[in-house]
Design a protein around this ligand. Structure first.
Ligand SMILES: Cc1cc2nc3c(=O)[nH]c(=O)nc-3n(C[C@H](O)[C@H](O)[C@H](O)COP(=O)(O)OP(=O)(O)OC[C@H]3O[C@@H](n4cnc5c(N)ncnc54)[C@H](O)[C@@H]3O)c2cc1C
Length: 645
């Protein structure tokens, strides 16, 4: 087979047989092992140092593999995971409110609107308890109850409290734990870290992933690295919407370029829009700020009953307020899942009941909770989130309600992986938000950290051994022609970007792309809008390659160049997102197709036609991608119409 081509037509999810509860244990017992003495002879590249990548690199290093770790930031611990606020789920049932592995499994399957694999989700729920133990042992300072046990709060889509948290900085504290474990391995010599490197290509030799090509972001040098396997842990792509809650540097480049090398892309259109973000304020904004969903435990969401009511919130009497989530979804109230809450917030604003200068916001009000629990309890639970809100808006949420509006937040789509977390390219793995994940069409709050850490600490380190045991180290180096070809291709693209010298900045084009995405591929979609989006994205992509201006040089630190490459990839991925959304003629989870809704405006799923993962194969520049379908078979839960009423 020629370098950098791969052919694999069949999707085999490799789900182990047997009872749901035993699948992972049986699988672990049956996978091949690499002997301790042989592990150091293998090199594994892990791209990304967020919770998924850092936990994987640390664990693989601890096992004795030779690990090369890469990230685009100056330090692994500045990965975007640091921003996660609210918490991490685990079925520990400390407060005896009826939680169990089964319930967490069930809530996740249901929350994802029956578009996730049962076996993966069950394993995730099963491993959730191990994650907490591991993090505690690392010293992660989770909140504790009076008696010393770890405290829990609830999150959307669950009727039990199973979310472990460290005030509003859970991601940061977990990442510090994983980072400490990583640095321990750096000290032992098993992991070598490469900050300020951007992976721009994956190198395929004889149908296997054998390395990467990266740009040294400080010097501009294009570097190649060889390995026995490559793991992508490069996070999510919701910055395709330009404004999102993700870090500005979050991007799709690594997974998109891997896609173009043969890794199939699953469910690209599934983007979670988070209900509790700060409303957009103006053109100059580069990101949107999230207010953790945990706030909906004590904050009540409402709008005035009268359209365009100009009175400040404290002058609107109780009977003139519409607590619309509590009204429409009495069982779950303010804690309905994110897709439901986001749509309800947008709908009420579209009807003209929104508040604030733009009318695109609703109140998240803590006055009842403060009266009931006292300000100290609220400060203890959410103090840093309140401080953050005050710093950004100048308003004191202890005194006036927050104003919130939905924003793109998390991408359930990503590289398709089998049960072993391997993509369709042998030896290429994807973990954390970079893979198409265990969340189906909608992710429940506090489950991303859980999935990233389950992948990195517990799953990948087992399953990658199974692959490596069959592929002995063969001394391949970056002298192989496939590396030289890939380096040249990357260099050519850099040259091309710098030579266009047009009139529009990459940011400007990205902003326009974001607008198209939000308007037509955002919270709700219809066939006409999606077709319009596809043609607008194509036109914008054509304009980008004709008219973008990228200042600076290739052989220097050049933020504009980095950014332009990422926007180029977004312009391709965006089209696939719209095509995928057009193809899926049903409403499920985050994907609300206006043509498919119940008479009372709830999403209408079509299990007979769409109970599958939509998996796309790249067929070459300018060619339509080919759609493959992985059927979702529900053996253990019966898909039902989702109801939170
Ligand atoms: C504001 C906010 C709050 C959140 N709160 C919660 C929460 O409370 N609970 C929860 O469960 N989830 C939460 N999430 C979601 C969760 O934070 C993310 O899904 C998760 O952290 C993703 O982890 P990751 O390791 O997959 O990727 P990331 O943490 O995004 O890490 C990506 C890594 O890849 C590297 N990288 C990217 N591209 C390249 C490249 N081309 N070359 C080299 N390196 C590259 C980056 O440097 C980085 O190290 C939140 C998300 C946001 C935005």
């Amino acid at each position: 087979m020629t370098a950098n081509t791969v052919t694999r037509s069949v999707l085999d999810a490799k789900i182990p047989p047997g009872p749901l509860q035993d699948k992972w244990s049986n699988h672990k017992a049956s996978v091949k092992l690499v002997s301790p003495a042989n592990k150091r002879r293998y090199t594994i590249i892990v791209v990304g140092t967020g919770l998924a990548g850092a936990s994987a690199a640390a664990t693989l290093g601890e096992l004795g593999y030779n690990v090369l770790s890469f990230c685009i930031q100056d330090s692994p611990r500045r990965a975007h995971s640091v921003a996660a606020q609210g918490g991490i789920n685990a079925a520990k049932n400390y407060q005896n409110d009826g939680d169990s592995v089964w319930r967490l499994f069930y809530d996740t399957i249901k929350g994802g609107d029956y578009r996730a694999r049962e076996a993966n989700v069950y394993r995730l729920a099963e491993l959730s308890a191990n994650i907490i133990d591991q993090a505690v042992a690392q010293g992660v300072p989770f909140a504790r109850e009076y008696g010393g046990l770890l405290a829990n709060r609830s999150f959307g889509g669950a009727q039990v409290s199973r979310t472990f948290y460290a005030r509003g900085q859970t991601g940061q504290q977990l990442l510090l734990g994983a980072y400490s474990a990583l640095m321990r391995q750096v000290d032992r010599g098993t992991v070598k870290i490469h900050p300020y490197r951007e992976m721009l290509d994956v190198v395929i030799v004889d149908g296997r992933a054998r390395g990467i090509v990266a740009r040294n972001l400080l010097t501009g040098e294009i570097e190649a690295y060889a390995a026995d396997a490559v793991v992508l842990a490069t996070g999510g792509y919701s910055t395709v919407f330009y404004l999102s809650t993700n870090a500005v540097n979050s991007n799709a480049t690594a997974i998109w370029r891997a896609h173009k090398r043969g890794a199939f892309f699953a469910n690209p259109c599934f983007t979670q829009i988070h209900p509790t973000c700060l409303p957009e304020t103006g053109e100059g904004q580069s990101k949107l700020t999230l207010m953790s969903e945990s706030l909906r435990n004590d904050g009540r969401v409402w709008v005035p009953k009268k359209k365009g009511d100009p009175r400040p919130p404290d002058q609107i009497p109780e009977e003139e307020r519409d607590y619309f989530l509590e009204r429409r979804y009495p069982a779950y109230g303010n804690l309905v899942p994110r897709d439901i809450a986001s749509r309800a917030v947008k709908a009420i604003c579209d009807e003209g009941y929104g508040v604030g200068p733009t009318g695109r916001a609703v109140y998240l009000d803590f006055s009842d909770a403060i009266r009931r629990l006292g300000v100290d309890v609220i400060r203890e639970r959410y103090g840093n989130l309140f401080d953050m809100y005050r710093e950004i808006t100048g308003e004191d949420p202890y005194k006036v309600p927050m104003r919130i509006y939905p924003a793109p937040h998390y991408t359930m789509g990503g590289l398709w992986v089998d049960y072993n977390l391997m993509t369709t390219v042998p030896g290429l793995y994807a973990i954390g938000e970079a893979n198409f994940s265990d969340h189906g069409a909608n992710r429940l709050g506090a489950s991303a950290l859980m999935q990233g850490l389950a992948d990195g600490y517990f799953i990948l380190p087992v399953t990658i051994g199974d692959f490596l045991a069959d592929h002995r180290p063969d001394g391949l180096t970056t002298d192989h022609p496939a590396f030289r070809a890939s380096v040249k291709q990357v260099q050519d693209q850099v040259k091309r970007l710098l030579s266009i010298n047009g009139k529009r900045t990459a940011r400007d084009i990205h902003r326009e792309l974001g607008r198209v995405m939000w308007d037509y591929v955002g919270m709700s979609r219809n066939a006409q809008g999606l077709q319009k989006a596809i043609s607008e994205i194509r036109a914008l992509r054509e304009e980008f390659w004709r008219n973008v201006k990228v200042p600076g040089r290739a052989d220097e630190f050049n933020k504009n160049l980095e950014y332009a490459g990422r926007v180029a990839d977004f312009l391709e991925l965006a089209e696939l997102m719209a095509i995928d959304a057009l193809e899926r003629e049903e409403s499920c989870g985050c994907h609300f197709r206006e043509e498919y809704q119940t008479p009372d405006g709830e999403p209408l799923r079509r299990d007979d036609l769409f109970a599958h993962v939509a998996v796309w194969e790249y067929k070459g520049e300018g060619q339509p991608e080919q759609l493959h379908k992985e059927p979702l078979i529900f053996e253990f839960v019966q898909p039902t119409q989702r109801s939170y009423k």
